[in-house]
Design a protein around this ligand. Sequence first.
Ligand code: FAD
Length: 413
Amino acid sequence: MSRTKHALVIGGSLGGLFAAGLLRKSGWTVTVFERSAGALASRGAGLGTTRELVETMRRAGARLDVSMAVPMTGYVWLDAAGRVVHAQERLNSSSTWSRVYLPLRDAIPAGDYRAGMALERVEQKGERVTAHFAGGATAEGDLLIAADGNLSTVRRQLMPEVEPRYAGYIAWRGIMEERDVPPAIRGAHFDKIAFTFPPGEMSLAMPVPGHGDDTRPGHRRYYFIWYRPADAAKLRDLCTDADGVDHGLSIPPPLIRPDFIRAAKQDAAERFAPDLAAVIARTAQPLLQAITDLESPRLVLGRVVLLGDAAFVARPHVAAGVSKAALDAAALADALEAESDIDAALMRYERERLDFGRRIVAHGRRLGTLLDGKDVPPERWTGDDAYRDPRRVLADYGAPHLVHDLTARDLVA
Ligand SMILES: Cc1cc2nc3c(=O)[nH]c(=O)nc-3n(C[C@H](O)[C@H](O)[C@H](O)COP(=O)(O)OP(=O)(O)OC[C@H]3O[C@@H](n4cnc5c(N)ncnc54)[C@H](O)[C@@H]3O)c2cc1C
């Protein structure tokens, strides 16, 4: 009889949990190693959902719940006066990170999830791979799955040249209670993604689950994200605190200099429909984030596999980071089931997911074309310049090959 194969999963967020859940279903033993010692908590924003995401949750043994998503009916583009320029029906929904994380975590036996284990390096000998953790602990397996996020320790050891790439624009983000949203938005547009396209910029506002992941009308929250070009010098300035400390690509919200927040709110008042500007003005503590993407040229290095954000990160316009992590894990489990030889399975996984990752990153870049700080007149548009037209952005928003129109039917357990 063949020996049960063992996988080490580095990173206990969504990518790691999907991989662990699906490999367990395929008969592997799996141990997840998560650096954070305490409970992981949502980063507080909405999360794009897809049918592929919930199907993979079901397959990984997670319990589904119709209340996990806030349904939306379409997109609306509002001009600076609040008039509808363009509207489009498109079923869609948002959920939260913890509504995906908790059911996946429940599907993994507690003893197979080891918190407070920070991987330091990986070592490979023949068909065995050893993980070395801070404090000196080690673990050995037939396969190591790097699900340790966009700054992956594993990827940095094996491919140090691969790093997140700044897209040339930042995003201001904020969230407010449904009851505080101006009545005009609450009445006419609350169940849609409301887009605005000030010259060379883009913003979206949408309902997301409220406190305690509550999705009931009246208890939801309203989330906005506003993309603005910023060259390297401007980014450095925005991410430098009042003491002159440069925080790189993301500054802790309380350290954002108040003058930048004031200036952004002032700009919003001049560029947005008054009700959307009011949403931004009423946000007590906006967040600031540099938009990046990341592409790995390889996903398999011996018995080490990159998955989720460790492998590829597309810009947020595709709204599919979590779905991509789920599909990476599903493709890995499928390949390991289809091939009796692990190395052949890994090659199959790499072929399939390199292609998907490249396509989704390219689509995210396309959707961000109008944020590149260039002013190209329509008569000189070529190729992806078509995405300087907001109508084209709206037509192709989201991930091209995933199904975003999740309905309550998809969520029946
Ligand atoms: C706590 C948390 C909250 C999030 N909230 C949201 C949200 O609200 N909305 C949204 O759209 N996306 C959110 N994300 C991002 C989203 O989960 C990912 O973009 C996507 O699911 C792909 O996930 P991933 O598992 O590949 O990477 P990530 O989610 O980034 O997870 C990587 C995990 O690896 C762990 N890790 C890193 N280095 C090591 C190491 N050396 N050793 C061991 N473990 C390590 C990290 O602690 C982390 O838990 C969140 C991520 C995290 C970690």
